[in-house]
Design a protein around this ligand. Sequence first.
Ligand SMILES: C[S@@+](CC[C@H](N)C(=O)[O-])C[C@H]1O[C@@H](n2cnc3c(N)ncnc32)[C@H](O)[C@@H]1O
Length: 315
Amino acid sequence: MADGSPGWTEKQTDGFSEMMELLHIDVQDQEELEGTPERDPAHCSKNVLRKQRHWQRQLAAKKSRRKEEKLRRKLNREFAPPQQSKRVMKAITRERLAEARSSGLKVCIDLSMTHCMSDKEVSRLSAQLRRLYGSNKKALQPFHLFLTDLREDSRLLSECVRMNAGFLDYSMEITQQSCLDVFPAQSLVYLSPDAEEALDCVERDKVYVLGGLVDESVQKTLSLCRAKELGVRVVRLPIDEYMQKKHNDKNFHSKILAINQVLDIMLTLCETGSWTHALSKWFPQGKGYVVAPHFQDSISPDPPLQCLLPENKIC
Ligand SMILES: C[S@@+](CC[C@H](N)C(=O)[O-])C[C@H]1O[C@@H](n2cnc3c(N)ncnc32)[C@H](O)[C@@H]1O
C-alpha cells in the first residue's frame, strides 16, 4: 500500500498520478486559451513536459492548417471563375455526347486482334479504352465512337466490365460486327504507324479506324496488315512532316502511340485545325520527338476553336 490509498500498490499509485498529470495538460491548455497564467514547469516531470510540448506543437500545427485552409477557400471563392454545378456539367456532357452520336466525326476501334495479345496487354487495352472514352467525354466536340468486333465471350469485354465502371452504359456503339459490316469500305481510313501515306485532312464523311492493340510485345505492322486485308485506305499520323527527333540519353525514338493518345491528338486537331498544336500538346515527351522549330512559332497558346460541323474537312 502506498500514500494512504487503501488497497493500492505503489505501481498503481504512480500510474494514477501520471494520468492526473496528463489530464492536467488538457486543463492547462484550456487555461492557456482562456488567458490564465501557465503552470509552473518546475512541478512537472520530464515525461509530462515532453508530452506537453508535443501536444502544444500539434495544437499550433492544427491551428495553422485551419488558417491556411480558410484562406485557400476564401481565395478560391474570390478568384475562381464561376463554376457550373456538377449537375449542369453532367447535363452539358450528356448533350454533347448525344449530339456526337447523331452528327459527330466517326471513330472506330477495331477490336478484332485481341487474340494476338497476352492477358496483361488485354488489361492495358481496357484501361486505354477507359482513358479514350474519358477524353472523348471531356471534349468540346466529341467523336461518335464505335467499338467493333468486341465479342460477347471475350477476355477484353470481361476486363472492360470488371475494370471500367459503367462500361456498358458508355455513350458509344458496341458491336460484335466488324467495321466492314458496319461501314462501307470506301469510307474507312485505317490509322497505322507503318503506313506510307500521312494523314493530312480529316473529313467528315470518313470513318477513322484505330487498331485495338497494345504494343507490349511489339507486333509490328499488325494494323497495316489488317487494313490491307480489309482493302481500305491506310494512313499514319504526320509525325515526319511536323516533328523532328530530339536527342535523349537512351537514343530512343518511337512514333507508335497508344489509342487514347491518338484520339487526343485527333480531338485537338478537330477543335483547332492545327496539327502542330495537336501534336505539341499530346505527343508524349518520352517518345523522343518534338515539333520542328519552324512550326513552333505557329503554335498559339490559345488557338481559335474550329467549328467542324459546317466544314467537310479539317486540315
Ligand atoms: C499501340 S498502336 C499498335 C501498334 C502496332 N504495332 C500496329 O501494328 O499498329 C495502337 C493503334 O494506334 C494507332 N496508332 C498508333 N500510333 C500511330 C501513328 N503514329 N500513326 C497512325 N496510327 C497510330 C494505330 O491505329 C494502331 O493500330
